[in-house]
Design a binder for this molecule. Structure first.
Ligand SMILES: [Mg+2]
Length: 390
C-alpha cells in the first residue's frame, strides 16, 4: 500500500499578498479580477465575513466593505509557486504538480528515513515556511483523493493523516459532497437515494451504480470504498509535445524556416492547450542536409502554451544559429510540462488577453476545418514546397 501526501497552500494568492506587504497582515484581503469579476482568493480574515472564492467581487464588497481588494499578480504567484515546487522536488523525486498551489508526493517508504509521517510533514511545512513565509496544509492517505480530502480537514496550517485501518470509519462520517466530482446536480440525485455520507454508496452494488451513472457511477462506487488512484504523475522532461517537418528541397532560406517554425509552433501549442498543459522549455530542432542535428533550448520561469511565445522563442533560437549548410528538417518542441493553472481566468486577464482569445479562436477553426486551414497574420503564400512527417 502506498503513502500519498497532498500539500495545499492556505489561501495562496491572499497569503502571498500578505507576505509581500506586511500592512496587509491580519486584514481581510480579497484578490479578485475587475469590478465585474469574481473573487480568486481571500484571506482567512475575509472568510469570517462569508467571503469565498468564485463569489462575485461585488457581493464580496457588500459582505466585507472594509476589506482590502487587490487585483492579483499572477506572475508573482507563479514565481512563488515555482519556489514551492522546487522545495518539494528536493524532498522527493515523485512530485505531481496538481495546480499552482497544490501537489501530490509519493512518500512511500520515506518515513523510515525521516522518523515518522508527522515528522516528515512538519519538516516539509517548515521548509516551505522558511523558503516563502507561507503556510500550507498537508494530508496523508493511501490514495490521492483521500489525501486531498485530508489536507482540507484541519485547514489552515493543518495536518491530517489517514491510516489505512481508519478509512472505513472515516468514510462513514465523510459528507458525500466532499468526494471530488460530486457537484450540485449529482448531489441532488444522491440525496434522492438517501446517500449522505461516502460509505452510504456501499449500500448499492457496483452494477447498480454503473447502470445508473455509467463510468462516473463506477468511480463513485470505488471512492465510496476508499479506493482510487495512487499514481503520482511526475512531469519530467521526457514528457513533451513537438512538431516537425522535412523539406522537399533542403533550404537555408530563413524566411521559409521561420514560416515553418510558426506552423509547427501552432500545432504544438494547440496540442498543449487541448491537453490542458503548458511547458517551461522551448526547443528548436534542426537537421542539416548531411543529417547533422542540432537542438537549442530556452527555459522560462513560468510555463506557457501561447503560440506567440513559443514561436518567438524558437525564432530567437533560430536567429542565433549559424546556417552554414542547408536545412532538411525543422521542428519545435515544448517540455517541462505541467497542468494549466486552475486560476487561469486571472492569468488571462493579466497576460495578453487578445493573444489568448486569438489562440482559442484558431483552435476552434482548426478543429472544424482541419489542421492547416488557417494560418495567421502575414503568412503564407505557401506553395507545398514541403513534405510533412506526422
Ligand atoms: Mg490552496
Amino acid at each position: 500500500m502506498k503513502r500519498i501526501l497532498h500539500l495545499d497552500m492556505d489561501a495562496f494568492f491572499a497569503s502571498v499578498e500578505q507576505a509581500d506587504n506586511p500592512e496587509l497582515r491580519g486584514r481581510p484581503v480579497i484578490v479578485g479580477g475587475r469590478e465585474r469579476g469574481v473573487v480568486s482568493a481571500c484571506s482567512y480574515e475575509a472568510r469570517k465575513f462569508g467571503v469565498h472564492s468564485a463569489m462575485p467581487t461585488a457581493e464580496a464588497r457588500r459582505r466585507c466593505p472594509h476589506g482590502v481588494f487587490v487585483p492579483g499578480r499572477m506572475r508573482r504567484y507563479q514565481e512563488v509557486s515555482q519556489r514551492i515546487m522546487a522545495i518539494l522536488d528536493n524532498f522527493s523525486p515523485l512530485v505531481e504538480r496538481a495546480s499552482i498551489d497544490e501537489a501530490y508526493l509519493d512518500i512511500t517508504g520515506m518515513e523510515s528515513l525521516c522518523g515518522s509521517s508527522p515528522r516528515l510533514a512538519t519538516a516539509l511545512k517548515q521548509a516551505i515556511r522558511d523558503g516563502t513565509g507561507l503556510a500550507c496544509s498537508i494530508g496523508i492517505a493511501p490514495v490521492k483523493f483521500l489525501a486531498k480530502i485530508a489536507s482540507d480537514y484541519n485547514k489552515p496550517d493543518g495536518l491530517f493523516i489517514l491510516e489505512p485501518e481508519q478509512i472505513g470509519k472515516f468514510l462513514q462520517t465523510l459528507p458525500i459532497e466532499k468526494i471530488p466530482g460530486v457537484g450540485q446536480r449529482s448531489l441532488e440525485q444522491l440525496r434522492a437515494l438517501n446517500i449522505t455520507y461516502a460509505a452510504d454508496v456501499q449500500r448499492y452494488s457496483k452494477k447498480f451504480w454503473i447502470a445508473r451513472c455509467g463510468k462516473w457511477g463506477e468511480a463513485l462506487y470505488e471512492r465510496g470504498h476508499g479506493r482510487g488512484s495512487d499514481v503520482v504523475e511526475t512531469c519530467h522532461e521526457a514528457k513533451s509535445e513537438s512538431a516537425e517537418n522535412t523539406f522537399e528541397r533542403d533550404t537555408a532560406d530563413r524566411d521559409l524556416l521561420r514560416r515553418w517554425l510558426l506552423l509547427n509552433a501552432e500545432r504544438v501549442s494547440g496540442n498543449l492547450r487541448r491537453s490542458g498543459v503548458e511547458g517551461r522549455t522551448v526547443t528548436l530542432k534542426i537537421k542539416f542536409t548531411d543529417f547533422q542535428q542540432v537542438t537549442r533550448s530556452k527555459t522560462f520561469a513560468t510555463p506557457t502554451n501561447s503560440t506567440k511565445r513559443i514561436f518567438q522563442t524558437a525564432a530567437e533560437l533560430l536567429e542565433m544559429l549559424d546556417l552554414k549548410k542547408d536545412v532538411r528538417l525543422i521542428g519545435v518542441g515544448v517540455s517541462k510540462l505541467e497542468k494549466t493553472s486552475h486560476q487561469l481566468s486571472l492569468l488571462e486577464e493579466e497576460l495578453d488577453e487578445k493573444q489568448t482569445k486569438l489562440d482559442a479562436a484558431m483552435d476552434g477553426i482548426r478543429a472544424r476545418f482541419g489542421g492547416d486551414s488557417l494560418v495567421r497574420g502575414r503568412l503564407f503564400d505557401f506553395t507545398g514546397r514541403t513534405r510533412e512527417r506526422p
